[in-house]
Structure formats: structure tokens, C-alpha cells
Design a protein around this ligand. Structure first.
Ligand code: HEM
Length: 231
């Protein structure tokens, strides 16, 4: 259902505020999803410096930490934190409202596809949450890293991925991110009202292209370290 259709369908609701309405929460989810998607893409591109060697990657990391007199990274961290929290809030509250609104005798079969994708969004979302906490402890704080050197992003990156189970966990997390992003782009284009037989192939190709690019490059990092291409 597009935003316009939902606005009409929801017109009889007990006028909740925009943020509390289901359309409002879907818009919050879509907008924060776009911010997070943008971050993941820029982050993936930035990490390409690892293929250029220690100097390039460490310069890039230093730039991130010193831009706008060291304030830039805090602005960027704050935006990211707010986006993640709003995204999780919108997802949880929409799930709870959907469950409460589900009529008794609901026929699972008719909605199998929709049920499967929203379920997969939930569990890939949970795995991503665990991944992000681990990732921050691993490559930003270094608490779960075997040989962390503050300010040496390249060394931390290489020695971090030389641990096979860590590399494997990153790869699994990226596959979950891929599923989450693919479905996210698909739903986002639906929220925009582009769900139409004429555009569905385009929507599917768009979602697949974006996801394969970001996830393919991200997965290449641990693989490149494990195979000695980056060392
Ligand atoms: C294989 C994929 C990835 C690699 C190789 C990677 C690499 C890195 C590295 C090296 C840093 C530390 C940079 C520094 O020293 O300042 C970092 C920080 C970070 N990464 Fe990743 N990352 C990956 C995937 C992701 C994903 C999928 C997310 C989010 C969904 C993410 C979120 C973050 C965040 C939030 C930070 C902290 C930035 C800050 O300092 O505030 N990363 N990543």
C-alpha cells in the first residue's frame, strides 16, 4: 500500500500525531533507512583505501577523526545514533501495532511472502545490532581485538581479520545486512508508491544492484585479508 493509500485508509483512525500514525512511523523508518544506507555506502567506499595500503587507510582514518577540529566525527556519530534509535523505535512499534491489529483466524498462507520478509527483517535487524556493537568494540575501541593499536586503522583492520572466526562473523553479518538492505530498498520504494507492475522489475533490479555492490565490496575485505591480498 502506498503512503497516499494508507493516508486514505487511516483517515478514520483516532487522529494520532504524525509520528504515532502508521504512515508517520513508516516515513521515519524509510528516512532513517536512507541515512543508514548512505552511511554504509560511504563507509564501504572509505574502506577501499585498505586496498591502497597502510598509509592511504591511516590518512583517511586520521582525516575522519580530525575534520572540523575533531568536531566532525561527533556530529556524524550523533546523526548516526539518532537515525539508528529512530529506525529501531519505528520498527518495533510498527511490529507491535501490526500484531495487535491482526484479526483472529488470520490465514498465514495468504500472506506467507509478506510474513517471511518482515520476519527476516526482524532477525537480520537483531543480528545487525549485535554486529554493530561487536564492530565498535573490535575496530573502534579495540576491547575485543587481539592486537589493537590506537590510531593505526590499517594494522587493526589486517590483524583483526586474520582471526578466522572474526572474518567469518563479518561475512555472515554482511549477508544479513544484504538481506536487510534489499528488503529495505524494496519496501522504501513501496512506501513511495512505486509498487506497480510496470515498475516492479525496475524496483527489484535497483534493490539488487545497490545491495550486491555494497555487500560484495564489504565481504571482499575479510576475504582479501584471509587470502593475503591485503597484508
Ligand atoms: C566488512 C565491512 C566493514 C569494514 C571492513 C569496516 C571497517 C571499519 C573500520 C576500520 C573502522 C574504524 C575506523 C577508525 O579507525 O576510525 C570502522 C568504524 C565503524 N564502522 Fe565499520 N566496517 C565494516 C562494516 C560496517 C557496517 C556494515 C557498519 C554499520 C552497519 C559499520 C559501522 C561502523 C561504525 C558506526 C564505526 C565507528 C565510526 C566512529 O568512529 O564513530 N561498519 N569500520
Amino acid at each position: 500500500m502506498s503512503v497516499a493509500e494508507q493516508s486514505i485508509a487511516g483517515a478514520g483512525d483516532r487522529s494520532p500525531g504524525f509520528m504515532a500514525s502508521s504512515v508517520g512511523r513508516k516515513v521515519v523508518m524509510a528516512l532513517t533507512g536512507v541515512v543508514l544506507w548512505g552511511f554504509v555506502t560511504v563507509h564501504m567506499l572509505g574502506n577501499l583505501t585498505s586496498y591502497m595500503g597502510a598509509e592511504a587507510m591511516n590518512h583517511y582514518a586520521e582525516f575522519l577523526h580530525t575534520m572540523i577540529h575533531g568536531m566532525g566525527i561527533w556530529v556524524f556519530r550523533s546523526v548516526l545514533l539518532v537515525a539508528v534509535l529512530l529506525h529501531i523505535w519505528a520498527a518495533l512499534s510498527l511490529t507491535l501495532s501490526n500484531q495487535a491489529a491482526r484479526p483472529v483466524g488470520y490465514r498465514e498462507k495468504q500472506n506467507q511472502a509478506a510474513t517471511w520478509s518482515s520476519r527476516s527483517m526482524r532477525w537480520t535487524g537483531v543480528i545487525l545490532g549485535i554486529f554493530i556493537v561487536f564492530h565498535l568494540l573490535h575496530l573502534t575501541l579495540g576491547t575485543v581485538h587481539p592486537d589493537f593499536i590506537k590510531g593505526n586503522a590499517y594494522h587493526n583492520f589486517v590483524t583483526g581479520f586474520q582471526v578466522p572466526w572474526v572474518a567469518a562473523f563479518y561475512i555472515v553479518a554482511q549477508l544479513c545486512l544484504g538481506l536487510h538492505m534489499w528488503h529495505g530498498v524494496w519496501s522504501f520504494t513501496q512506501t513511495l508508491g512505486w509498487a506497480h507492475p510496470r515498475y516492479n522489475a525496475l524496483r527489484r533490479n535497483f534493490a539488487t544492484g545497490l545491495t550486491v555492490l555494497v555487500i560484495g565490496v564489504n565481504i571482499s575485505y575479510p576475504i582479501a585479508v584471509l587470502t593475503g591480498i591485503i597484508h
